[in-house]
Design a protein around this ligand. Sequence first.
Ligand code: MG
Length: 498
Amino acid sequence: MSDKLSKVKEILGEVFDLNRAAAVLGWDQQVNMPPGGAEARGQQLATLGKIAQEKFISDEVGSLLEDLKKEFSDTETDEGAMIRVAARNYDKARRVPPEFIAEQALAATKAIEAWVEAKGKSDFSIFRPHLEKNLELIKKYVSFFPPAAHPYDVLLDDYEPGLPTAEVREIFDNLRPKQVALIKAIGGAKQIKSDFLQKPLNEKKIWDFSERVIAEFGYDFKRGRQDKAPHPFETTFSVNDVRITNRYEKSEPLATLFSAMHECGHALYELGGNPAYERTPLAGGASLAVHESQSRMWENLVGRSLPFWQHFYPDLKKTFPSQLDGVNVKSFYKAINKVKPSFIRVNADEATYNLHIMLRLEIEIGMVEGSIEVKDLPEIWNAKMRDYLGITPPDDAQGVLQDIHWSYGAIGYFSTYALGNIISAQLWEKINREIKNLEEQIRKGQFAELREWLRVNLHQYGHKYDPRDLVRRVTGQDIDPAAYVRYLTKKYTDVYGL
Ligand code: MG
């Protein structure tokens, strides 16, 4: 190995360690920390972040990467790919002044507080000045980068490297009318009985059931664990320590199970990474959308399928006999796939979910390009909800104020959720062409071949390829909603007898 390569790997490895140590602190903050620890934890995370940043954006790293780009210009090799990704991250990080990052963090802290109050009182005016400030800072952030075809490109690129806004819009414009038509058809069909899903479940029993399921998926509890936290998430400390969190909600007792499958999908991606990429910028997933394709695949394409429940339903019914009394597997399957336009994105079903995302994408693009003003947001939000889903939020808490993202200044990543759905269906068609009896395997509770296919074809590549290139390599196609439309149509034809 060249001296320069080992030097840069050493520095990048230390930056990686600092970031992973920060992740442990972040996990602890959500899982274990008493409220009194909050202030000190904030300082500790800020200090670690600052040291990692300073280490990374040093002139030394810059000149090493400059030389290494010439030496390892073949980005098909792991070294070449690592230098390419590191150099891109470096260029981005150098453009954003540390004072700006501090200013943005401070604004976000205040805005989150205001958002909590605004949401509680369902009063947008409390949040409005903070969102205006966040938006001003977002526009300033965009100004640090060379002009792009659309200013939103700069923001999207942080989550989906190499994917321009115009392409995402084209994908969504193609998908939207088909999804709206499907929801209309479902609205006209005989409605499904699902009240039994609201019956409370014993928390420990549904928690244990969720762990039995993800253990069958292949989540290795010697390399991971599931803990209780206010919101489900996955976090990675190393390729051999990938954790998930979960919760129990009285209003939606089965969410514990579906969240476990979702986060397990993220975790399997991380656990399937190439160990040789540890402590380099190639560790982790290709992008948020590709990551979400994995969580959605295990949660929905596997976990809400009939074959899956033909295997697991007897166990579920044995665990909760009174709740599921008189409910057969087909009725249960239909109930967990019920479609109903609703106000809250995170509770949306598969048929309506993407419309929530499209609404947010259009609003974000409008805010960034200046065609939408913050003061008009509640009205615009409600009008779009009527257009897309045919319902009007009764108040701002169930409308424009529902998501936390804009309060911490995150603009640019909602679309990755919908893109994840789209990619999951493309992968699924490819997998079903290659594993002919996959449905039969799932019906027997066998997931090893599926998991291994994903590891070999997707997971092991980590960050080596950009999302568009990766999807093309694996499926032979560009990111395209056709497979997702086929999947939804087939599923709801079955569920609703369309
Ligand atoms: Mg997710």
